[in-house]
Design a protein around this ligand. Sequence first.
Ligand SMILES: Nc1nc2c(ncn2[C@@H]2O[C@H](COP(=O)(O)OP(=O)(O)OP(=O)(O)O)[C@@H](O)[C@H]2O)c(=O)[nH]1
Length: 294
Amino acid sequence: MGEFKSGFVSVLGRPNVGKSSLINALIGEKAGIVSRRPQTTRRRSRAILTGDDFQAVFLDTPGVHKIKNKLDEFMLDEIEKSMSGIDLILLVCDVSEKFGPGDEFIYSRIESRDIPAVLILNKIDLLHEKELAERIENYEKNADMPIITCSARRGTGKENIMDFLRENLPEGPQYYPDGMYVDKIERELVEEFIREQIFELTWDEIPYGTAVRVEEFEEKEDIIYIRANIFVEQKSHKGMIIGEEGSMLRKIGKRARQEIEKMMQDKVYLDLWVKEKKDWRKKEKWMKNLGYEL
Ligand SMILES: Nc1nc2c(ncn2[C@@H]2O[C@H](COP(=O)(O)OP(=O)(O)OP(=O)(O)O)[C@@H](O)[C@H]2O)c(=O)[nH]1
């Protein structure tokens, strides 16, 4: 029996090459990373693949070169930062297209780092054998990495990717329990966006005593409904955040909603409530409930 292997795997690639599909194929539909909605939304989440002797934690990173808004910038930043904590990189390309500038851009970012990486040529179901052989040659010329071919749609090539993970992940603990497939952090980002607006729009002394907690997060047919509580320490703070006839809260809500919509690429209904929890910072249980690990 070998040691247990585990680590963080960054899945990089241009938009639409099939990163989410690939993760889903590896983990099974349980992960549900690819949105059921027609426009693929940018779901930021970790997906977890647990085998008998290894665990891979996938960071489903976005198409790297598409810096459109603040969130994308945040992600690019996050990719750059998180590279240091990454154990393996899967660079996913769409084999039905030639190695292009977008692939090159991401490849150059990976190449300069000392992290084991593999080139995943996805969508082989779209090519005939001969075309495929030529295309693989094209990729080999451009990228100095081991290559694995697969079709996330058909599920072919999965075993080879699993073997690669098993062989190349470092020894490490099982981070997540069996049966856990996703670790979503959207909620945290929503909370962060709301906190940010409170910080910008109210007086300095309020934000430090403020916590935001998403209580409900529901994807409805045509809108995402989010209900969040803003907890304040003092009654006077409650009044300040709500403002005259609710004007401040509306302003906070509107701005935060716009940020959230950018992230979700979808319409959002943001339902904000302000609640007083006296001296919550001193109370451990509340701290935990509010999402602060002590
Ligand atoms: N034919 C074929 N299509 C695939 C395959 N894998 C993914 N697709 C399709 O390619 C499209 C993009 O797939 P996603 O998994 O959303 O791609 P992504 O790289 O996560 O895209 P972004 O979220 O935009 O970065 C979808 O329409 C998939 O159904 C494959 O192996 N073969």
